[in-house]
Design a protein around this ligand. Structure first.
Ligand SMILES: [Fe+2]
Length: 158
């Protein structure tokens, strides 16, 4: 048998077979989070962001992270504008308040404002170029724990 024959057979994931292709998911718990009883904490990925955890990680056994993040301090270009990517399978961002200007690998620059929503394909490089002090975004990410990699490239390098 050749080495090629030992490889697991890959099949295309379609809307029709997606749930089967994903295999078994962790048992999920019901969870409610209210703004009035929640706290924004500064112990996440970025020192200039405060995060409100929405409980998805705990409810899904770590499969999904859902949080609101707000800016804990005014925009500082040197601290913020570093091109990077996240080692994720899925990431969705929805702007709740304020605005931010972001560039994405191969896509260009976008002004995102309250109501803007985007899906960041896994591994896409991006740079936050600027944001308003009142920016708040909702992020939903799979898996719930992931790495972020800074790349030594200027925005729009590709
Ligand atoms: Fe990012």
């Amino acid at each position: 048998m050749s080495a090629q024959n030992n490889k697991p057979k890959l099949h295309k994931v379609t809307a029709e077979n997606a749930m089967q292709a994903l295999g078994e998911w962790p048992i999920q718990k019901f969870h409610v989070s209210h703004l009035a009883t929640s706290e924004f904490k500064g112990e996440g990925l970025r020192p200039y962001i405060v995060y409100r955890d929405l409980g998805a990680k705990e409810a899904t056994g770590g499969l999904v992270d859902a949080h609101v993040n707000a800016r804990g301090r005014p925009f500082e270009q040197a601290a913020v504008s570093k091109r990077h990517y996240h080692d994720v399978k899925f990431q969705m961002v929805y702007v709740l308040k304020g605005w931010n200007r972001v560039e994405f690998e191969g896509q260009g620059e976008f002004m995102m404002e309250a109501g803007s929503c985007w899906i960041q394909p896994a591994g896409i490089k991006h740079t936050v170029l600027e944001y308003s002090d009142d920016l708040e975004v909702l992020e939903i990410i799979i898996p719930g724990t992931f790495d972020t990699v800074e790349v030594n490239e200027p925005p729009g390098f590709d």
